[in-house]
Design a protein around this ligand. Structure first.
Ligand SMILES: *Cc1c(COP(=O)(O)O)cnc(C)c1O
Length: 469
């Protein structure tokens, strides 16, 4: 490791706040606030009450914030599409956070649902989602999953390989069905937050090379049990600008136009990946501007080639649920660690960690935190919020300024944990996964119950139960 690989002790972007109690607006659920007593409220419920009722760690969702955001995202793409005389379809990418409740919330707002496994499909169905408004993803869907999708009449299967195309065609033919499919392609555009990188050749597992799309679609069109709907492309996640989407759209529309000479191509699916703010320096583009920018780019490309605009599909996950969720922890220990002659970092250990939020360990993701059970007038101290697991990389918030008197018993809230925290949770160190609570109008209810130690023990086939030999 060279010196330049070593992360600075304090990230350059992290500034000492004027007030280490202040809630940075873009990062917290829209209605998050502090009561007169300093206690953080989410959806009108004081977090001290939530912690008392449901324990910590605790995932808390503002239900109205999820629904409002689903409405807003859908309206943004609807309006952008309508300006160009076409329609938009917004699929909620359920892997971001999935439970039957969230499926009900987003489908009530007119969103369709994307799933990537039989398990995700089962949750969407249990919520009453219309199979015709479900998209099934995945680079290795099993025969059982494909058969289930065909039998249910899932609206689109996004095919990812030639093996899968033949497998799906056979399954549909056996059932006398015609399965609509999209073809996942790589546009060669990789977007990452602020920048995008465009390459000619891809070295990753998803999709077909754009140069193979014509042959792949020709193959599908020969198969009477499949119906080709269009191309699909997902360029990445946590993307802030429109440039990557515009570049990708340009490459896709060129192929889309060529495919039109061989038959119908009613849909173009541009995937998800719209970014949210995790820290005070993140400044994502408003979804309305993103929607306009992307749809304008597609419209321009279609106009240049004299082809009609297809139905445009999008698949936001994080952008729907990310900001609406927080995680609540209790501080267990604190420890001042001298990291340099002139720098002390206060380690704040909470009762969760990488088992309920894998993103910092997995991607080096940045988060922020606040003491949630009180405010404090103490000067801000540089802290690192860490979990209780047996890894030094078990970090929840790598660097944050918190009031210097942060202490055992304080509740700590980490905002913007609505996406990819619950869904990536594990039982590392045999820690039960926390419950998920939804709050609306000050009323809280469990939408996914927490695990117990008994739940975990129940899977161990070697435990001798009473009455056993
Ligand atoms: C993960 C994923 C999404 C959603 O990504 P977000 O960054 O959460 O918007 C959409 N489409 C596909 C194919 C995905 O794999």
């Amino acid at each position: 490791m060279s010196a330049s690989d070593v992360r600075p002790a304090v990230p350059e972007w992290l500034l000492v706040p004027d007030d280490a109690n202040a809630l940075v607006e873009a990062v917290w659920p829209p209605e998050a606030a502090r009561g007169d007593d300093g206690v953080l409220t989410i959806g009108g419920a004081p977090v001290t009450d939530l912690a008392q009722r449901f324990g910590t760690p605790l995932y808390v969702f503002d239900q109205d914030a999820v629904m409002a955001q689903a409405r807003r995202v859908r309206a943004a793409f609807d309006a952008a599409a309508e300006r160009h005389g076409t329609t938009a379809r917004v699929y909620y990418a359920s892997k971001a956070f999935l439970s039957t409740e969230v499926v009900r919330w987003v489908t009530a707002e007119g969103l369709a649902v994307d799933v990537a496994t039989g398990g995700e499909l089962a949750v969407a169905l249990a919520a009453g989602a219309d199979p015709a408004r479900i998209g099934l993803h995945g680079n290795n869907k099993s025969r059982v999953e494909l058969a289930r999708a065909v039998e249910l009449g899932v609206g689109s299967v996004i095919v990812d390989s030639l093996v899968e195309i033949d497998r799906l065609a056979e399954i549909a033919a056996e059932r006398g069905a015609v399965q609509p499919v999209l073809v996942r392609v790589n546009s060669g555009v990789h977007a990452e937050t602020h920048d995008f990188l465009a390459t000619a050749h891809e070295d990753q597992k998803f999709g077909f090379a754009l140069t193979d799309a014509d042959a792949v679609v020709a193959r599908i069109r020969e198969l009477p049990s499949l119906r080709f709907l269009g191309l699909h492309c997902h360029i990445g996640s946590q993307i802030f600008g429109t440039a990557g989407f515009a570049e990708s759209a340009s490459r896709l529309v060129e192929v889309h136009a060529r495919l039109l000479t061989g038959g119908d191509v009613p849909v173009l699916n541009l995937g998800g990946g719209f970014g949210i703010a995790y820290t005070s320096v993140d400044d994502p583009t408003d979804i309305e501007d993103l929607a306009d920018g992307i749809v304008d780019a597609v419209a321009r490309e279609c106009a240049e080639r004299g082809i009609p605009l297809p139905i445009l599909a999008f698949e936001p996950g994080r952008a729907i649920v990310g900001r609406a969720g927080i995680t609540l922890y209790e501080v267990g220990t604190t420890k001042a660690v001298r990291v340099a002659d002139d720098l002390t970092r206060l380690y704040v250990s909470v009762d969760g960690g990488m088992s309920d939020n894998a993103r910092p360990a997995l991607y080096g993701a940045a988060y922020s935190a606040r003491i949630a059970s009180r405010t404090s007038a103490e000067p801000a101290a540089l802290t690192r919020v860490v979990g209780r697991h047996c890894e030094s990389g078990d970090i929840v918030v790598d660097a944050e300024y918190l009031p210097g008197d942060v202490a055992p018993g304080d509740l700590l809230a980490v905002p913007a944990t609505g996406a990819y925290c619950f869904s990536l949770a594990s039982n590392y160190n045999y820690v039960p996964r926390p419950p998920v609570v939804a709050v609306s109008n000050g009323l809280a209810r469990v939408i996914v119950r927490g695990e117990t130690i008994d739940d975990l023990l129940a899977r161990d086939a070697g435990i001798l139960t009473e009455g056993a030999e």
